[in-house]
Design a protein around this ligand. Structure first.
Ligand code: GDP
Ligand code: MG
Length: 166
């Protein structure tokens, strides 16, 4: 199995940290260089059973100009072309305006979305349940996977879920 997966989420939710866990330090650092292509490659994860190309989708933010409008269209196009979307959130920060805006964009594409609840090392399980409920009410996520990108908790489970959509 092989396919393309977009990683989206507000700044500081842990996108780069997750890529470092999955793919390794070197590639994630390289991919932090700005690129002008529609989808920039974060890295490629390869095992016997699967190859997943992880993409970063620029432009998932509130449009503030004409360029913003163009960027948003490009982002929607990019999200339509992938096999699955990983929408990362920070369980400590919880729902913010940035997340709400991203969710509005997700409603315009048909690609399955996995809600990745990151930084579970920082929250009590009961509090996590209430964060899950908040997000569940806003969008019909294909899967919900709590992880700690930093410590690597549940990252293998996340990869197994991703592979299902390839
Ligand atoms: P990005 O902007 O989405 O790429 O976020 P980064 O990967 O740069 O992470 C932002 C900050 O959150 C950094 O200080 C990370 O070390 C921290 N971080 C990322 N994942 C975790 C996690 O699972 N647990 C904790 N406690 N911190 C995390
Ligand atoms: Mg980053």
């Amino acid at each position: 199995k092989s396919g393309f997966v977009a990683i989206i989420g507000r700044p500081n939710v842990g996108k780069s940290t997750l890529m470092n866990q999955v793919i390794g330090q070197k590639i994630a650092i390289m991919s932090d260089k700005p690129q002008t292509t529609r989808n920039k490659i974060h890295g490629v994860y390869t095992t016997d059973q699967a190859q997943i190309v992880f993409l970063d989708t620029p432009g998932i933010h509130k449009p503030s100009s004409k360029l913003g409008d163009y960027m948003i269209k490009a982002a929607e196009g990019a999200l339509s072309e992938v096999d699955a979307i990983l929408f990362l959130i920070d369980v400590v920060e919880g729902l913010g305006g940035g997340d709400r805006y991203i969710i509005e964009t997700l409603k315009k594409v048909k690609t399955p979305v996995i809600l990745v609840m990151n930084k579970i090392d920082q929250i009590h399980p009961e509090a996590l349940l209430s964060v899950i409920t908040t997000y569940k009410d806003l969008y019909p996520f294909a899967e919900i996977v709590p992880i700690s990108a930093m410590h690597g908790n549940n990252v293998n489970t996340l990869l197994e879920q991703v592979i299902k959509f390839l």
